[in-house]
Design a protein around this ligand. Structure first.
Ligand SMILES: *[C@@H]1O[C@H](CO)[C@@H](O)[C@H](O)[C@H]1NC(C)=O
Length: 418
């Protein structure tokens, strides 16, 4: 009987591999990574075909609530296609009143699927309720409100999150601190105070600083490294840096440029994660663009694979059907590895090959035959505020003209080139 039982167990653990083959998450784990994952949002979960693939743990071992832990649509109508978030203005819309309904749906889904949850985010200049962004604060009262928010939210999700993005997007493009209510009132101390507060509420969860345009060396990446040192010098815990990686087909940093950047973060002793990867193109999508996109995904994921401190990669949703890109970047899209019909694109095979897997049946493999084009850094020679940069808001003294996109007002403190 004992013998028989053993055989049954062995079969049970081996069979799923035979049945499903090695997808993105399975291949990432085989490479020593913790996960390959996807962001999601509440509104999409009623789409059965979407949900089935999101729950396919062969491809996704981790999910991030894109917005359920952050924004409310009311404050930013039409801005985020993903409308429900674990952000401050949906979780604590009035001071001291907490609502976790939407975030809990995604936390429960991750638990049911056995997927890790990256929790996003605690302190961010955007998607703040008016009582925070337009409140009358002293240093002490704002610290108290921030600590109360962090303590409540982290305690609520204690044991459910693998990691928290404690502070999101604290930097300008030149690596200086972004002017926001926290920085203006508390100064740079808001960063270490936020990390220390989160660590006190859940000593086991990994604590990350998360930002965009820090995927290759430069002023902003250096600024993020300074934030890590600041938190460390303060004696607070910081476990990792999240590179959002909202990248552009044909101007994604090369694998070696990304490797150099990852090494600089790893030298500070922190983990690294690619947290919001998508690689957008100017529509319409063509075979050449899809092939270049596959190469760009491959280079980015390969950079993570090659650095032992890089724990995993999360794409910012998996299908073009639910990408945030078209609603924010006019004329751009097709940024994800699955198309609007949930069919895999060449980008899927690009990722899989970076993870050491082999091309899946049913996907095209044109990427392999395409000539690599020289990539250039996305900043370069343009004048004006870079895409995503701050271009206005109360107290803002920097540029107000956008190099690309236009300057959109979010609230009195913050306008951004989009
Ligand atoms: C606010 O208080 C904190 C904690 O005491 C301190 O570290 C920080 O420097 C203060 N900020 C300002 C602007 O006084």
């Amino acid at each position: 009987m004992v013998q028989l039982k053993k055989i049954t167990l062995v079969l049970a653990s081996v069979l799923p591999q035979w049945v499903y083959g090695a997808g993105l998450h399975a291949s990432a784990v085989a490479k020593g990574k913790l996960y390959f994952g996807s962001a999601t949002d509440n509104g999409e979960l009623t789409d059965a075909a979407y949900l089935a693939q999101l729950s396919n743990t062969d491809d996704f071992g981790q999910i991030t609530p894109g917005n359920a832990q952050k924004v409310s649509e009311a404050n930013f109508p039409g801005f985020w296609r993903k409308t429900d978030c674990i952000q401050w203005d949906s979780i604590e819309p009035t001071q001291g009143t907490f609502s976790y309904t939407k975030g809990d749906v995604i936390a429960d889904l991750a638990a049911k699927n056995g997927q890790k949850l990256r929790c996003h985010t605690l302190v961010w200049h955007s998607q703040l309720p008016n009582w925070v962004s337009s409140g009358t604060w002293t240093n002490e009262t704002l610290i108290a409100a921030m600590k109360n928010h962090i303590t409540n939210v982290v305690t609520h999700y204690k044991g459910k999150c693998y990691a928290w993005d404690v502070v999101n997007e604290a930097l300008n493009e030149d690596g200086t601190y972004r002017t926001n209510i926290f920085y203006q009132t508390i100064g740079e101390a808001y960063l270490p105070i936020a990390f220390a507060t989160a660590a006190a509420a859940d000593p086991d969860v990994k604590l990350y600083y998360n930002d965009y345009n820090i995927e290759s060396s430069g002023s902003k990446s250096t600024g993020a490294q300074q934030i890590i040192k600041l938190v460390q010098q303060y004696g607070a815990k910081i476990d990792g840096v999240g590179l959002q990686a909202h990248l552009i087909v044909g101007s994604t940093p090369s694998q070696s440029a990304q490797a150099t950047n990852l090494a600089a973060f790893a030298a500070l002793g922190v983990d690294i994660a690619y947290t919001e990867l998508d690689i957008r193109m100017t529509l319409p999508s063509t075979a050449a663009l899809l092939a270049q996109q596959s190469t760009d995904y491959k280079n980015t994921v390969a950079a993570c694979v090659a650095n032992t401190k890089c724990v995993g990669v999360t794409i910012w949703d998996y299908t073009d059907k639910y990408s945030w890109v078209p609603s924010v970047f006019s004329g751009q899209g097709a940024a994800l590895p699955w198309d609007e019909n949930l069919a895999k694109k060449p980008a899927y095979d690009g990722i899989l090959s970076a993870l050491g897997g082999t091309a899946s049946a049913g996907t095209t493999t044109t990427a392999a035959t395409v000539v690599t084009t020289t990539t250039t850094a996305s900043s370069g020679t343009t004048t004006g505020v870079a895409l995503y940069g701050q271009c206005g808001g109360s107290g803002w003294t920097g540029g107000t003209t956008c190099a690309s996109g236009s300057c959109k007002v979010f609230n009195q403190w913050y306008s951004q080139c989009l």
